[in-house]
Structures are given as structure tokens and as C-alpha cells.
Design a binder for this molecule. Structure first.
Ligand SMILES: CC(=O)SCCNC(=O)CCNC(=O)[C@H](O)C(C)(C)COP(=O)(O)OP(=O)(O)OC[C@H]1O[C@@H](n2cnc3c(N)ncnc32)[C@H](O)[C@@H]1OP(=O)(O)O
Ligand SMILES: O=CC(=O)O
Ligand SMILES: [Mg+2]
Length: 728
């Protein structure tokens, strides 16, 4: 039983009550009494509306299920459209308009670059992410498969000079592409100097050369004739050449270059949602505390590096001299967003009206907003927003009525926290089918506070499967990536975003690179996001941010976005083309492969979520590729298995056998983890194994196919079980 404090008609878990009163509220100018009274009024007004929206989702899904069942043998696309319009799934579109968001930071409105996402509960990673505004290109190349192992270039020993040579050659090639010299290559440079306000390079043949575009050099650090740092800007993104002939790498370079430091994660999303396992008041306080520490600038993490304990802290801003001798300061940290949870879940951290749990999304909005007020008042060590805005990403909204609700919630939070209207900015995840189809209406509802739309294609794929569960057996998971609906959805998102005036006011973002170790592939493929009109795209790690930043130097997204017209011909119908396999001819082997892969991913992720509270993991697929797994990828895998079972592609026994067999594989993969709890030793009593089974066998009954209801319940169960065991 939780320890609660009665505050008005609310019951607030003591741990949260104390955190809010002692840590979050002091310094915000708000009294405890007024805050809790206002919070209660907000809950009384909005919780019932929230509930009604969730009920509406269920009603719509039931109607869809019935329609698909009734039209198995006489499907007619025109009738399908008419039906979707009649049930309000397809909305009547608003007239053309443009968003009017004001006071968004430069990272959003002027610059284009990578967006990093990080589970906020992991302080070590979260601080690292905030600091990932700048990253070493040489480290990112040396440490990943972006540089191949061929020709003696393996990562061997302390430093392999052959590999190092390849890294340096890559770096020089980058310089030749983005800051070319007039007559020669950066490979020929023996010294960089600034003479008469211009970069002047000395070459190996003793001659001098200059930049083709002198304006790309914007600052330096150190002596002007032999700078330690040269600061450049290209397509609005910065990078530094670091020069130090006494450094082991600098010594091996004729110009003494020891590194190229890239401006990398312009923005970072501190995630409270799909990469986090926060199921009760204690967990919620942990995530809120980290957000407070990030906003106040005092979050630290101790870690072991090279046999030493180090304390990780937030980086300060960076200073340079401009070419005219003035001081220049650039941000040392990423501009931080928070991703709140969506409208679905409730949490027992606060109870209202006879012990009902309050909607977790409302709680997140109020408390992350409250904490962010410290940034607006400047009570912390650093500033996050220079424009006085707070950035909240809202996931998993279905259609414009839910976006309108988020807008109303933000209005109420602003009133409660005494913030100017539209201080709270919103990032809308375009990751549910009803939102993709009605995106123009969705954006309209938040047109004064919108700072991004982003194609969360992972959740979107899960929603695609669940929505059309009754329509038939889904195509294989990997084939989804090139399916008609997905390509149309990605294109439509950009076209609608450009049409609604986002360029210059808000980001048009694309989804996560979910293969954190495949950086060579990312370098080849993720440039496609820019070519498709996105001015930001998600990366899973700081290293990926540094490498993805290269793409924004290759392509100026502003030019790409200008080429988009408002033509949406055929896109709606393509989005509505559900990915059902017509007359599938999969062999038994292919079916089993698909099941094995999904089962391994589900189990590998769920076991750490449920037993250890780890919300995001790198889990091997059956080809031994480490994949980023979170609740959205779990939604896909579990819904896929559910769908194949429902349509008789496999049997229940086969699924259970598969899950049991793959549990052994996952157990084996985790032998090195002393806190790991095996599943295969006792399937019936493994909470994780049972959770995985439930996700698959009860998948059709899960709201929108979401995994959070089962994960939360099972995590609470596992925690209780572990407490009992610990007390024995
Ligand atoms: C569909 C969606 O919603 S996507 C959004 C949700 N997903 C995410 O947020 C993914 C975030 N990424 C991660 O959590 C991690 O990168 C994982 C779980 C995928 C892989 O983690 P690991 O297996 O620990 O990665 P790996 O061992 O390769 O790297 C660890 C190092 O990279 C750093 N790192 C890895 N990911 C991140 C990150 N997202 N932010 C900051 N640092 C990170 C760690 O701090 C660590 O460095 P350190 O030792 O100096 O502290
Ligand atoms: O949140 C991101 C997604 O792809 O889902
Ligand atoms: Mg998502």
C-alpha cells in the first residue's frame, strides 16, 4: 500500500508530494497551497475528458473491426472511405492556414541537424545526451563500422595507426567537401593560420592557399597565427578543427590536426515515454528529479572510465574569438525537449475521486512544466531556452480532437504555473494512423505552439497492424519499410508540414535509426531523411548524432523544403492501403523465421523491462544485429505475432513453443548479467515470460495494440515479488 498525503480531494503519494513541495516548487514563485489547489481543479476538469477520448478510441476500433469482418469478401475502397468519414475517423479538412509559433529557439527555426533521444531515468546517458551538442568526428569514425576493418584497419591494441589513417583521410575529405580550398586539398596543408581576417593555409610545397568561401570561417581560439581551434559554419551548423601538434594524433598529421569536433545533437529529447519503465510514484519521482537536475544544471553521474571513477556533469557553453576580435559564445549543450507520456495511461502517484488514478500524461505535463519554469526564471546554472520556451513532445495522439485536448491541457498548465500563453511548445508525434490521415487538422489545433511534427514510424507501424487487425494477415515485418502506406505517410507528413508553414517556424522530423551499431549503413541511408524534406531526424546515441550531422553539411534542407508543393494527390488513399498479404506463399521456414525473430526481440526487451526496469535495450535479432528496442518496437513485434495467430498463419502451440525456445536463447545471451532472472528455468513463474505471452496472446485486446498496460502491470508485479524475496 502506498503512503499517501491527502491534499484537498487528491491523494498524493508522499514521495511525489515531498519532491514537488521541497524540490520543484521552491524558486518558482508558486505557493504549495495554490499549486495543489490548481492541480486538483485541472484534474477535475480534464481527467474525465481524457477518459472520454480513450473510450472513443475503443469505440472506433470496435467499429473498424466489425467493418473489416463484414466486408471480408466484398471490400470496396469507396465504401471504406465513406465509412471512415461517417465514424469520424477521416475528418473534414480545415481550410489552408499557416502556423504562427513564436519564440522558438534557433535550433528549431534556423538550424537543421540531428535530434537525439535518451531515456531520462538514466542520468549517465541523459547528461551525455545533453552534452552531445558537440562530438568528436574522429572518435565516432574510429569507434564504429563507419570506417571499415579492411586492409589492416581493425580496432586493435590501444591505437591502430592504419585505422587512424583512414579516419584522418575521411576527415580531410569532409573538409574538402564543406570548406574547400581554392586550389588544393586539405590533405596538403601543413599549417592553418588566420591572416588579415582570412584563413590562410601553408601547403607542403611552401605555397599558400585560401578558402573558396572565406565566410565559412567564423571564429577561432588560441593564437591568431597558430590557432588551437578554428570554428567554421556550413549550412547553419558549426564544426571545429582542433590543432595540437604535441598530441599523439596531431603529431601524426602534417597540419597538426588532432580532431574535428562536430556540432551534433542540436536538440535532445529527454524521454519519459517509450524508452523508460516508470510505473509508480517512486519511478516517476526519479524521472522528474533527473529533469529538474538537467534544468537546474546540477545533475551528475559517477562512472568508471579507464579504471578511474569520473563524475559526469553538464558542459558549459563554448567561447571563441570572432574574426573581428569580439567574443562569440555557442551553446555547449543540446536544446532539451521532454517527451511526456501520451493520453492512455494512468498512474497511482496521484489519486482523485474515490481512489481513481490520474491520467499520467496530465501529471507529466504539469510536473515537467513546473520544473521547466526554473529555466524560464533562470534559477539554474545554465539556460536551456534562450527564447523563454518549454518544449514538450506529445506522443501517440489519435486525430485532431486529441491534439485539441493537449492544447487545452497546455493552456491550463500555463494558467496554473502563471506562464504566458503558448510558453509551452508542443512537438506532435505523427505516429498513429488517425493522426497521419488528419495531420492538417491536428497541426491546426496547436498552430500557435507547434515546434515539430515527427514521423514516429515505429509506433505508426504498430498502429497500422492493430487498426487493420481484422483485415487479414500482415506482410512480414521487414517488408513494412517499403510498403505503400508507409512511404505515403512519410511523404504526406512533409507535404502537410510544409503546407502548414513549418519551415522557419518548426521542425519537420523523421524517425529513429534503430540499429545503433550499424553506423556505415546509417551514413549511407539516413541522408535520405534530408532529401525527403526533414530538417531533423532521430538518432539513438551521441556517436550517431555526430555521424548524422555530416548529412546536414552535405544537404541544405531549406532548399529541399522549398521544392515541395502542396500536392497531396493520391496520398490519402495510399496511406489507407493496409499492408495485408494477399495470398501469402510463405514457406514454413519463413514463417518460423519471422516468429523466432519477433519472439527473440520481445523476450529480450521485456525481460529487462519487467525484471530490471530498463525501458530501452539493445537486443540482438536472429541475425545477431543489435536493435534498439523500446515500447514502440515491442508494439510492432507483439502485434505481428498476434495478427499471424489470429489469421491462422501459425498456431498457438507453435507460438508458445517458439517463445519457450527463444527464452532459452535470450537467457543464454544474458549470462554475463548477474542481476538477470532466467525465464526458461520456470516459465510459469517468470513474470517476464508471462508478460511476453500476454502481449502476444492478448494482443488483440490491447488498446491500439499498446504494450504499456501489460508492461506496467507486470513490472508492478515483479517489483512486489522481488520485495518479498528480498525480505525473506
Ligand atoms: C520509437 C522511439 O520512441 S525511439 C526513442 C526511444 N529510444 C531511445 O531513446 C534510444 C536511446 N538509446 C539508448 O537508450 C541506447 O543507445 C541503447 C539502449 C539503444 C543502447 O545502449 P547501450 O547498449 O548501453 O549502448 P552502447 O554500449 O553502444 O553505448 C553506451 C555508451 O553510449 C552512450 N549512449 C548510448 N546511447 C545514448 C543516448 N541515447 N544518449 C546519450 N548517451 C548514450 C552511453 O552514455 C555510453 O557511454 P558512457 O560509457 O560514456 O556513458
Ligand atoms: O516514437 C517514435 C516511434 O517511431 O514510435
Ligand atoms: Mg513512438
Amino acid at each position: 500500500m502506498k503512503d499517501y498525503v491527502k491534499v484537498g480531494n487528491l491523494q498524493v503519494a508522499s514521495v511525489l508530494f515531498e519532491f514537488v513541495n521541497m524540490k520543484a516548487l521552491p524558486g518558482t514563485g508558486l505557493s504549495n497551497e495554490k499549486f495543489w489547489q490548481g492541480f486538483e481543479a485541472l484534474i477535475e476538469e480534464l481527467a474525465p475528458k481524457n477518459k472520454a477520448l480513450i473510450n472513443r478510441r475503443a469505440e472506433i476500433q470496435t467499429k473498424l473491426n466489425n467493418w473489416y469482418k463484414d466486408h471480408q469478401n466484398n471490400f470496396d475502397f469507396e465504401k471504406y472511405i465513406a465509412f471512415l468519414q461517417q465514424i469520424g475517423y477521416l475528418e473534414t479538412e480545415v481550410e489552408d492556414y499557416e502556423i504562427t509559433t513564436e519564440n522558438a529557439d534557433d535550433e528549431i527555426v534556423l538550424q537543421a541537424g540531428p535530434q537525439l533521444v535518451v531515456p531520462v531515468n538514466n542520468a549517465r546517458y541523459a547528461i551525455n545526451a545533453a552534452n552531445a551538442r558537440w562530438g568528436s568526428l574522429y572518435d565516432a569514425l574510429y569507434g564504429t563500422d563507419a570506417i571499415s576493418d579492411e586492409d589492416g584497419a581493425k580496432k586493435e591494441g590501444k591505437y591502430n595507426p592504419v585505422r587512424g589513417g583512414k579516419v584522418i583521410a575521411f576527415g580531410k575529405q569532409f573538409l574538402d567537401e564543406v570548406i574547400p580550398l581554392k586550389n588544393t586539398s586539405h590533405k596538403e596543408v601543413t599549417q592553418y593560420s588566420i591572416i588579415g581576417g582570412k584563413l590562410t593555409v601553408t601547403l607542403s610545397n611552401g605555397k599558400t592557399d585560401y578558402l573558396l568561401d572565406d565566410n565559412k570561417l567564423v571564429g577561432y581560439h588560441g593564437k591568431i597565427e597558430s590557432p588551437e581551434t578554428l570554428l567554421f559554419q556550413n549550412n547553419g551548423l558549426h564544426f571545429e578543427i582542433k590543432i595540437d601538434p604535441t598530441h599523439p594524433i596531431g603529431a601524426s598529421d602534417r597540419a597538426g590536426v588532432k580532431d574535428i569536433i562536430m556540432e551534433s545533437a542540436l536538440t535532445t529529447i529527454m524521454d519519459f515515454e517509450d524508452s523508460v519503465a516508470a510505473v509508480d510514484a517512486e519511478d516517476k519521482v526519479e524521472v522528474y528529479s533527473n529533469w529538474l537536475g538537467l534544468i537546474k544544471g546540477d545533475l551528475t553521474a559517477s562512472l568508471q572510465k579507464g579504471g578511474k571513477t569520473i563524475t559526469r556533469t553538464l558542459h558549459p557553453d563554448r567561447s571563441y574569438n570572432s574574426l573581428s576580435g569580439d567574443a562569440i559564445t555557442l551553446p555547449g549543450r543540446s536544446l532539451l525537449f521532454v517527451r511526456n507520456v501520451g493520453h492512455l495511461m494512468t498512474n497511482n502517484a496521484v489519486l482523485y475521486q474515490e481512489g481513481q488514478e490520474i491520467p499520467e500524461g496530465i501529471m507529466d505535463g504539469v510536473i515537467t512544466g513546473l520544473i521547466s519554469k526554473h529555466d524560464l526564471l533562470g534559477t539554474g546554472q545554465y539556460k536551456n531556452s534562450n527564447k523563454g520556451s518549454v518544449y514538450i513532445v506529445k506522443p501517440k495522439m489519435h486525430g485532431s480532437e486529441e491534439v485539441a485536448f493537449a492544447n487545452q491541457l497546455f493552456d491550463r498548465i500555463e494558467d496554473l504555473l502563471e506562464l504566458k500563453r503558448n510558453t509551452l511548445k508542443i512537438g506532435v508525434m505523427d505516429e498513429e494512423r488517425r493522426t497521419s490521415l488528419n495531420l492538417k487538422n491536428c497541426i491546426y489545433q496547436v498552430k500557435e505552439r507547434l515546434v515539430f511534427i515527427n514521423t514516429g514510424f515505429l509506433d505508426r507501424t504498430g498502429d497500422e497492424m492493430h487498426t487493420s487487425m481484422e483485415a487479414g494477415a500482415m506482410i512480414r515485418k521487414n517488408d513494412m519499410k517499403s510498403s505503400t502506406w508507409l512511404e505515403a505517410y512519410e511523404l504526406s507528413n512533409v507535404v502537410v508540414g510544409v503546407g502548414a508553414g513549418l519551415p522557419g517556424r518548426a521542425q519537420i522530423g523523421k524517425g529513429m535509426w534503430a540499429m545503433p551499431d550499424l553506423m556505415a549503413d546509417m551514413l549511407k541511408q539516413k541522408v535520405g531523411h534530408l532529401k525527403a524534406g526533414a530538417n531533423t531526424a532521430w538518432v539513438p546515441s551521441p556517436t550517431a548524432a555526430t555521424l548524422h550531422a555530416l548529412h546536414y553539411h552535405q544537404i541544405d534542407v531549406k532548399d529541399v523544403q522549398q521544392k515541395f508543393t502542396n500536392a497531396r494527390e493520391g496520398l490519402r488513399d495510399s496511406i489507407l492501403t493496409f499492408p495485408v498479404a494477399k495470398n501469402p506463399t510463405w514457406s514454413e521456414e519463413e514463417i518460423q523465421q519471422e516468429l523466432d525473430n519477433n519472439a527473440q526481440g520481445i523476450l529480450g526487451y521485456v525481460v529487462r523491462w519487467v525484471e530490471q526496469g530498463v525501458g530501452c535495450s539493445k537486443v540482438l535479432d536472429i541475425n545477431n544485429v543489435g536493435l534498439m528496442e523500446d515500447r514502440a518496437t515491442l508494439r510492432i513485434s507483439s502485434q505481428h505475432m498476434t495478427n499471424w495467430l489470429h489469421h491462422g498463419i501459425c498456431t498457438k502451440e507453435q507460438l508458445l513453443d517458439t517463445l519457450k525456445r527463444m527464452a532459452k536463447v535470450v537467457d543464454e545471451q544474458n549470462v554475463g548479467d548477474s542481476s538477470y532472472r532466467s525465464m526458461a528455468t520456470d516459465y510459469d513463474n517468470s513474470v517476464a515470460f508471462q508478460a511476453a505471452c500476454e502481449l502476444v496472446f492478448e494482443g488483440r485486446n490491447q488498446p491500439s495494440g499498446y504494450t504499456e498496460p501489460i508492461l506496467h502491470r507486470r513490472r508492478i508485479e515483479a517489483k512486489a515479488k522481488q520485495r518479498i524475496e528480498a525480505n525473506k
